[in-house]
Design a protein around this ligand. Structure first.
Ligand SMILES: Cc1cc2nc3c(=O)[nH]c(=O)nc-3n(C[C@H](O)[C@H](O)[C@H](O)COP(=O)(O)O)c2cc1C
Length: 325
């Protein structure tokens, strides 16, 4: 399965595990990389740049294959020391970084000076073109289906993936709503050079979250996510639960609400506690529409092998069915 993405990243299959706050730790990243994909640690899951350096060392001890680190730069009241996190990444010798959010151009330049391959995640063709101009190597384009921040344009993958593939010269990784070999085959046919998954990797044996959360993802159908922070123009897609219902209800009150009014409900620490305790209704659980396609908790190795086999089989079956006589 060679594509521009496998060549560029030195991986066997064009399957990437996107950065995930509280979930992207060494156990998961190493399992994905060992299975032939690209596992990604999440920088800000670690409380300090030194803790990130230690986590990267832990990951090196668990896999000899390439893995990456996600650095998400979002506007926050008290920004983390992004420069120091980036230094920890550069000093550790990691070869691939996934950036997301409003990444400063100086960060791209620094990574490039150190020979790091940059995957930039974004949700629109215009942002992808700007990232290409700024020198990133690959764009991961996140459709409206995705967990996390789908942006405000609401363009699903069926249009966004080919639109990005047509507009960009650099390789495109399709992200959002992909959970099996059918989705992977579709993404490749739409012009992507690989796929990125978040939610699907949360429901694997190695994901470092409570089994009750994994079972909640298995139980949920495709109608059971909610869009929060819409009224604040910072949309997030999360699992439907008591907390996300309450956030949406507060936002929909006549006159709307301020972030301060919902802040106690949506704190990152509360979400982390939910993932660790398994109490699904105790915090935000980030998840995408693909929950409707998840019905088991395999190992990353089983998942990736199954996806690749199904992808090949779907492509071959389509070719056989529709090839002209
Ligand atoms: C639990 C969870 C946490 C996430 N945290 C981040 C994050 O910190 N930074 C980021 O760039 N993307 C984050 N994402 C988005 C994923 O990297 C990926 O883009 C997205 O999950 C793709 O959509 P999918 O879930 O439909 O596969 C998160 C996703 C999940 C499920």
């Amino acid at each position: 399965m060679r594509t521009r993405v496998t060549e560029l990243l030195g991986i066997r299959y064009p399957i990437v595990q996107g950065g995930m706050q509280w979930v992207g730790r060494a156990e998961l990243a190493a399992a994905v990389s060992n299975a032939g994909g690209l596992g990604i640690l999440t920088a800000l899951t670690q409380p300090t740049p030194q803790a990130l350096a230690d986590e990267i060392e832990r990951c090196y001890a668990m896999t000899e294959r390439p893995f990456g680190v996600n650095l998400t730069t979002l506007p926050t009241a008290v920004p983390p020391p992004y420069d120091a996190y980036l230094d920890a990444i550069v000093d550790s010798g990691v070869r691939v970084v996934e950036t997301a959010g409003n990444t400063p151009k100086a960060f791209f330049e620094k990574m490039k000076r150190h020979g790091i391959r940059i995957l930039h995640k974004c949700t629109s063709v215009r942002h992808a073109l700007s990232a290409e101009r700024n020198g990133v190597d690959v764009v991961s384009i996140d459709g409206f289906e995705c967990a996390g921040h789908p942006g405000e344009d609401d363009i699903p993958g069926l249009v966004l993936i080919p639109a990005a593939a047509r507009a960009l010269k650099i390789p495109v990784i399709a992200s959002g709503g992909i959970g099996d070999g059918r989705g992977m085959a579709a993404a490749l046919v739409l012009g992507a050079d690989g796929v990125n998954m978040g939610t699907r990797f949360c429901a694997t044996r190695e994901a470092p979250i409570h089994d009750d959360i994994k079972q909640a993802l298995v139980r949920a159908n495709e109608r059971e996510t909610r869009l929060i922070f819409r009224s604040l123009r910072n949309t997030g897609r999360v699992l439907r639960n008591a907390v996300s219902d309450s956030v949406v209800a507060t936002e929909q009150r006549p006159g709307g609400c301020t972030f301060e009014e919902i802040r106690p409900l949506v704190s990152g620490q509360r979400g982390r506690a939910a993932l660790e305790s398994g109490e699904v209704d105790s915090g935000l659980v980030w998840a995408g529409l693909v929950v409707g396609l998840i019905d088991d908790v395999p190992t990353c190795g089983e998942l990736i092998e199954r996806m690749v086999a199904e992808c090949r089989q779907r492509l071959a079956a389509a070719a056989a069915t529709f090839a002209s006589a």
